[in-house]
Design a protein around this ligand. Structure first.
Ligand code: GAL
Length: 721
């Protein structure tokens, strides 16, 4: 049987080689095959394993893709040419003038990627957008409405519209530096060129028509976005590393007494008997009775998330067993499990399940799987599975997310955790990226960028120099995929700055109030592939504005055109209806670019502007948030814990503006994977306007036999007519 499979594989590879593309130096166009609705694959040479898809093993959401607009292969990237040189694949994709590119993973400083030279390489972000980052996803999106994914777990080199070929059909103008002011050190380039250091690669094209559709297709192709448990969208606090069980109990008590919401607590390295390298065993001093401690916490409705890194200490009970399934090099004196070996998975699984998951631990934070180079395994490391160190580096974070996700799937229990490295194919994995870098503005740009690449990002709050900064960071965190304080070193509490403690409490309450909205938006990530947090460039109305201003004769006459064609990286969409424009320490006012259509203030319902740039001065207590005309936002009261499965919660449905509105409110048990078998419902919310101006409001009834957590409904018309 195995021989037969091998023979089939061998023949198919020869066919690929003969049919599809290049022999040494010879350049050819690709043959594309539609592998899912609106998704095409081209194969160049002989692709190798592992690649991202073989690691992520996506459960392609074909039906959801089928429901999207019927499209033809995007013509422009379809003209990709490929060549083989020097045992590498060279790829070239044509670009049009004015075309802008987004994506290439978790960038922190820029959203526009045209003009970049990148080496996509998993690493801790080092302060420059050069491709070395926590999730250097080899996927880019064009504002012309197509996307390209390179399915290779190698360090890819990308010239995103920088390189100029002498045979270019759209060559740059030649200027004389001596006399022409137009001379530039970066002449116009009409292509994206990519070097894949392998003898073959799969390339995937994603159709639009809009850039948001492209991203949706990518996410659906990867299996749909993750749907966290409801509690994952509540508030979380990571305590000081050396806290004991009693310290944690006191912390929870203090949260309760002060009225701060708290759904889960993160224990940092000190929960283990030794860490860096890790034992994966509880510290007998700090946590003498872990099962009892975890049970006590769960009784109070507080879940626990454990910090780990994967590097195994000689003191760990699994050390001897796992040794032969680890790499040649150590990381902080710990041996490095080869997650491509089933044996390594089994050994760790047994330990994690017995000592942690089975006593009620709800999730993990997977640290240090990104870099830096000085401490991670080098590229000359070897692994027993035969996977190269480079491929291991590119996929390690992804692989551990899969490993942990499966642990919880087996228990039919959803998890939601953190990870410091990820890559392509991560959309369905319930982990949020974070890092040690701490620039508030750049954290927001990362949040914008995360939406292009099927990843989630939290601008975690750790500490601050001033009360103002603390509040501003907390405001941003509450409008992100994970509302979190990471006090592992600072020991900060939400109320650490008394001057702003009430305002911090208010914003954490608002986070809880928005749970029905955010939960529904995550469900749309899962079922429709729409990223819950995303850059303005994925907002169709924003792109309409871009279209309009493009023909604009003079930017001076039309300052909106200037603002909108600039890189907008400090405001973003949180779900379908909310535009969030964070404030940063030292700022009293800021500009907000409102896309086409009328927009309303989230807090008051007042008209804020229409397709224009406004300046807002929200005061310290508020983070500016705007709602689109007709926008519906379902909210609940500010519970201190997220609703449990079956717990009925009253909902207030807000409607903003003057237009009619529709909204899909999602419901399921909030904890298990039963939604994957149909145990969920969408309640259709509609606000219509009669000719008399009166509003008619309706919500469809809960479906029979489906989870129903929605109690009484009240309506709130936010905008005075
Ligand atoms: C860092 C991580 C921090 C914290 C710390 C604990 O690497 O980014 O969030 O967990 O380790 O030692």
């Amino acid at each position: 049987m195995i021989k037969l499979k091998l023979a089939i594989w061998f023949v198919s590879q020869i066919i690929f080689l003969c049919l599809f593309i290049p022999f040494n130096g010879f350049t050819q166009q690709a043959v594309w095959e539609e592998v899912a609705p609106g998704v095409w694959r081209g194969i160049v040479g002989v692709p190798e394993k592992p690649d991202f898809l073989s690691v992520a093993e996506p459960d392609v959401k074909k039906e959801a893709l089928q429901r999207m607009p019927v499209v033809r292969i995007p013509e422009q990237p379809g003209q990709m040419v490929a060549a083989m040189h020097d045992r590498s694949v060279y790829l070239r994709f044509p670009l049009q003038r004015e075309e802008q590119l987004f994506g290439f993973g978790l960038n922190f400083k820029t959203i526009h990627q045209r003009g970049k030279v990148l080496t996509l390489h998993v690493d801790h972000y080092g302060g420059r957008d050069n491709g070395r980052t926590h999730a250097p996803v080899p996927f880019f999106v064009s504002n012309s409405g197509y996307g390209v994914f390179i399915n290779s777990a190698r360090y890819l080199k990308v010239w995103a519209g920088t390189a100029v070929r002498k045979d270019s059909e759209n060559p740059p103008v030649v200027y004389d530096r001596n006399t022409d002011r137009e001379w530039t050190s970066r002449p116009y380039s009409d292509a994206v060129e990519i070097l894949v250091p392998a003898e073959g690669v799969e390339v995937y094209l994603f159709a639009g028509p809009t850039p948001l559709d492209v991203v949706r297709r990518y996410n659906l192709f990867m299996g749909g976005g993750c749907l966290p448990p409801r509690w994952g969208l509540g508030f979380t606090h990571r305590v000081h590393s050396l806290y004991s069980d009693d310290d944690v109990r006191n912390e929870v008590k203090a949260f309760n007494e002060r009225g701060f919401p708290l759904d889960f607590i993160g224990l940092e390295p000190g929960w283990q008997s030794a860490s860096y390298p890790c034992t994966f065993e509880w510290s007998p001093e700090r946590y003498p009775e872990p099962a009892k401690f975890v049970a006590d916490m769960l009784d109070q409705g507080v879940r626990l998330n454990l910090w780990i890194n994967p590097y195994v200490s000689p003191e760990s009970p699994v050390y001897e067993k796992i040794k032969k399934y680890t790499g040649s090099h150590t990381v902080w004196n710990g041996i490095v499990p080869d997650f491509f070996m089933d044996e390594a998975d089994e050994i760790l699984k047994e330990q994690f399940v017995r000592s942690q998951v089975d006593i009620g631990i709800s999730g993990y934070k997977i640290d240090e799987v990104d870099g830096y180079d000085h401490w991670l395994w080098p590229d000359v490391a070897t692994f027993p599975s035969g996977i190269s160190a480079e491929q291991m580096r590119q996929t390690y974070g992804l692989k551990i997310q899969k490993f942990l996700d499966e642990l919880y799937r087996e228990k039919n229990q959803r998890t939601y955790g953190l990870v410091r490295a990820s890559n392509a194919g991560a959309s369905p994995l319930p982990f949020v990226l974070y890092n040690d870098y701490y620039d508030h503005k750049d954290f927001i740009t990362a949040l914008c960028n995360s939406g292009f690449s099927g990843i989630l990002w939290t601008p975690e709050a750790r500490g601050s120099r001033t009360a103002e900064e603390w509040l501003r960071r907390m405001q941003s965190v509450c409008f992100s995929p994970m509302a979190m304080i990471n006090a592992w070193s600072s020991g900060t509490k939400p109320w650490s700055f008394p001057e702003v403690a009430d305002a911090v409490r208010d914003i954490t309450h608002l986070r809880m109030q928005l749970m029905p909205y955010f939960y529904s938006e995550f469900a749309k990530y899962h079922f429709e592939g729409t990223p819950p947090f995303r850059a303005m460039y994925l907002e169709p109305q924003f792109n309409h504005s871009l279209e309009k201003v493009r023909g604009s004769s003079s930017l001076e006459e039309n300052p909106y055109a200037e603002a909108i064609t600039r890189e907008i990286k400090d405001q973003y969409m949180a779900g379908e209806n909310l535009l969030v424009a964070p404030m940063f320490a030292g700022q009293e006012n800021r500009m907000v670019v409102l896309p086409e259509g009328r927009w309303y203030d989230f807090y008051t319902g007042e008209f804020a502007g229409e397709g224009e740039v406004i300046t807002v001065e929200p005061g310290l207590e508020k983070i500016p948030v705007f709602v689109k005309d007709g926008g519906i936002v379902p909210m609940m009261k500010p519970l201190l814990r997220s609703p449990k499965a079956g717990e009925k919660v009253d909902i207030e449905i807000r409607h903003y503006g003057t237009k009619a509105g529709n909204y899909l409110l999602y419901d399921d048990d909030g904890e298990t994977f039963d939604y994957e078998k149909g145990a969920y419902s969408w309640r259709k919310v509609a606000v219509e306007r009669k000719e008399s101006g009166e509003f008619l409001r309706n919500i469809s009834p809960a479906e029979r036999g489906k989870p129903d957590n929605i109690g009484a409904i009240t309506w709130k018309q936010m905008t005075n007519q």
